[in-house]
Design a protein around this ligand. Sequence first.
Ligand code: PLP
Length: 415
Amino acid sequence: MRPAQSRVWHPFFQHATEPAPPCAVSSEGAYIHTDRGPLLDAISSWWVVTHGHNQPEIVEAIRRTAGHLDQVIFAGLTHAPAEELAEALIALAPAGLEHVFFSDSGSTAVEVALKMALGYWRHEGDGRHRIAVIEDSYHGDTIGTMSMGERGVFNAAYDPLMFAVDRLPFPTGDGAATLAAFEALAATGRMAALILEPLVLGAGGMRMYPASVLAGLRAICDRHDVLMIADEVMTGWGRTGRLWACDHAGIAPDILCTSKGLTGGVMPLAATLATARIFDAHRSTDRRRTFYHSSSYTANPIACAAALAQVRLWQASPMQARLDALGAMQADRLAALAGDGRFTNPRRCGTIAAIDLIVPEGGYLSEVGPRLRAHMLDQGVLLRPLGNTVYVLPPYGVTGADLDLAWGAVASFEV
Ligand code: PLP
């Protein structure tokens, strides 16, 4: 239970104005049970839960592994959960990704990708070091990932520490302006990598762009030898209706980052997958080429076992049919709001559905966000709007009645 005077400093939480949060006691399926009653987890607890909270197969794998193997150093030592998971990831990943580097969060998976890309060009004796990004992107909250993300209210205070990147306009329509801007940048011969959230910019407002743009960006990377880093931290593991968002475009990145749903949302773990070309540039008798990156809990065996159980669920259950059904249910709920003049810009990509509230002032600091969040809590729904963007991104086991609860609560909000 939470003490009256909590010492906990919460993330993305304004302690001066926000009421004390509910206290989670247990979780199961699409629900979190709190000291104030059940909450439908309409955002999969920051987009991590895939199959459902406390998925029995994953819990069992954790129990089994914790019973005989806990954290062990991963430099100069290996273990079966990591080896088996790496094999399984490679089998499911887009073609050409052949090596797996483990870390512990989405941000670190992206930092690792960035270091792999810069290291690759340095070891190749090429001076490329610029990074291209799509405006409004989000890649994490470390200094490096913030540098590549959108600059604004989240990170203004840290601006002096951040490095410069080349920003492409967010793709609208057929993305011609974005593709032209990237072609011009890539042709300079200075670009080390393009990093992007494929198909959906998550924290940037659930902004969506077509797979054809992703394919176009890949083609430009190929023409000018720019590495493509796909940040699939949010989009991976079925969120966009396919295993990877890259699958919609039939493309393979040079580096892919995964976390969040990797363990089904049960344990912190991340992986950065790379091609043999990138791995080989770091494999040398010259020890200066060693990939010097680690964190203490790299490839935690219990987390790897949880991820392996999650992957086995993917392989064993009819996931595609489930994702298609969930996508169709979300489409129905969005369509029902279409005639409501308080909303605009309904959009969906796979299991993710979003719509914007029409307010005099949008943006992250819009006062409507906290009000809507409080209203949803009152209705028994956990939902965190992104400014005036409302989205539902549920665990895959959610029912139609659950979605009715979530979208009904949105519809009953008085702007
Ligand atoms: N990349 C993307 C696309 C994300 O959506 C997030 C988190 O929301 C991250 C990276 C950072 O992941 P983490 O919060 O696990 O560090």
